[in-house]
Write a protein that binds this ligand. Structure first.
Ligand code: URA
Ligand code: CA
Length: 441
């Protein structure tokens, strides 16, 4: 077998068999294939697609390319949650402590920011001292002891994805349904949880921008996981505007703490409860979504969720005082209000552009070696559909310099459309996808 014949087969739209898939996946993981041949194959997959069985085979080969986490020492059903990536999308920091406070163990491996989207690890690292790199042994012990740990993926988990993703990023082949599904699901399967709740984003800030494509991605991922014997469910949720009002690492930690304190409600809280409820259902800790949401709400309003978050921060060597005083989080030297240029209603937002704005302020990376500034970002004071008068604060920017703030003002205004006609608030949860099918909500 050789790469040329595999590329030719996919070029002619024929499905690849298990042997062919194993050949290029294990070769990519070991770094023994030529990048130009892998890149050609990725483009052939991007253009010609893969059927469901092929996508499952690809995912399993990627999963097997590295080590598999063994979480069997943890009592109870381990549940993971994964978002396909969003802006102001901080549900993990809210729901993981709430789910753990309800007695369901959360052993979560999270990622860093990718493209215009934020990453949970980068957010947690804005808490002084917080360690995201634990040994597998320490990770499991922490979950056994306090029911909750959020760490980075070990380097040996799905190494084929690392190699393929790096190439996809620079060959315009990220936006391929089978490549996205296999990339995400290989890491989730290797992470070891028995039940997986997916949050598949849809809209202007999502990897799949139409509802149809997002539901399809959810279905493919749910089927892959179910075929591998995992309990699977997905919600397809809005990313036509940032989920929370805060965008940026420390700012998003602040908003998560505000929600856990009961100070702030809104879509971040609503979606965290909805996803958390699916996690409780998957773990068999509730019979109906309503019962599950009630239990999570009770954990929130009693303060047990915040206490669980504090326990995790202490266990991972962070400064737990941020739970009581969010001003201890990194603060940007410059803040600037962005006034609305006209009176009207917020019509729409270019969410990817907003995510990229946060990244350009220093909240994310443009190249691997970039160092993140945890303090920068912005807070939006209006959502789509809300009214605003000329001169009122549309947003507050948090920046390193005055010059950054000036440039960011113009970019933020360009990404948010205000118009005279009334506009509807956006629907938050669009669909529920299980192995039995998709239900539009
Ligand atoms: N997130 C991933 O991990 N992989 C993709 O391909 C897209 C989003
Ligand atoms: Ca993420």
């Amino acid at each position: 077998m050789d790469m040329l014949s595999i590329i030719e087969k996919k070029k002619l739209r024929n499905p690849l068999n298990e042997e062919e898939i194993d050949y290029f996946v294990s070769g990519a993981a070991r770094g023994v294939l030529e990048d130009y041949q892998l890149a050609a194959l990725l483009m052939a997959i991007r253009l010609n697609g893969m059927d469901r069985d092929e996508t499952s085979r690809l995912t399993l080969a990627m999963t097997r390319s590295g080590t598999m986490a063994d979480l069997s020492a943890i009592r109870g059903v381990t549940v993971d949650k994964h978002s396909t990536g969003g802006v102001g999308d901080t549900t993990t920091l809210v729901l993981a402590p709430l789910v753990a406070a309800c007695g369901v163990p959360v052993a979560k491996m999270s990622g860093r920011g990718l493209g215009h989207t934020g990453g949970t690890l980068d957010k947690l690292e804005s808490i002084a001292g917080f360690q995201v790199e634990l040994t597998m042994e320490a990770f499991i012990q922490q979950v056994q002891r306090i029911g909750l740990a959020v760490i980075g993926q070990t380097g040996t988990l799905a190494p084929a994805d690392k190699a393929l993703y790096t190439l996809r990023d620079i060959t315009s082949t990220v936006d391929s349904l089978p490549l996205i599904a296999s990339s995400i699901m290989s890491k989730k399967l290797a992470s070891g949880a028995q039940a997986i709740v997916l949050d598949v984003k849809t809209g202007s800030g999502a990897i799949m921008q139409t509802l149809e494509k997002s539901v399809e991605l959810a279905q493919v991922m749910v089927h892959i996981g179910a075929d591998a014997g995992r309990h699977m469910v997905a919600l397809v949720t809005d990313m036509d505007e940032p989920l929370g009002s805060h965008v940026g690492n420390a700012l998003e930690v602040k908003e998560a703490i505000d929600v856990l304190c009961g100070r702030v409600t809104g879509p971040l809280m609503t979606l965290s409860l909805a996803l958390g409820a699916q996690m409780l259902l998957a773990a068999g800790a509730a019979q109906t979504a309503e019962e599950a949401e009630n239990r999570l709400s009770e954990a929130l309003y009693s303060g047990r969720g915040l206490e669980k978050f504090r326990q995790m921060i202490i266990a991972q060597q962070g400064d737990p005082r941020v739970c009581d005083d969010v001003t201890l989080l990194p603060q940007a030297p410059v803040s600037a209000i962005v006034p609305a240029p006209q009176t009207g209603y917020v019509q729409s937002m270019e969410t990817t552009r907003l995510g990229n704005l946060a990244r350009s302020l220093g909240a994310g990376r443009r190249k691997k070696t970039d160092v993140i500034d945890p303090s920068v970002g912005f807070v939006l004071h209006r959502r789509v559909g809300e009214q605003i008068s000329r001169g009122e604060a549309l947003a507050t920017l948090y920046c390193k310099t005055e010059a950054d703030a000036q440039a960011a003002k113009a970019e933020l205004l360009a990404a948010i459309l205000i118009g005279p006609q009334p506009a509807k608030p956006l629907k938050l949860i669009h669909a529920l996808v299980t192995p039995d099918g998709a239900t539009l909500l």
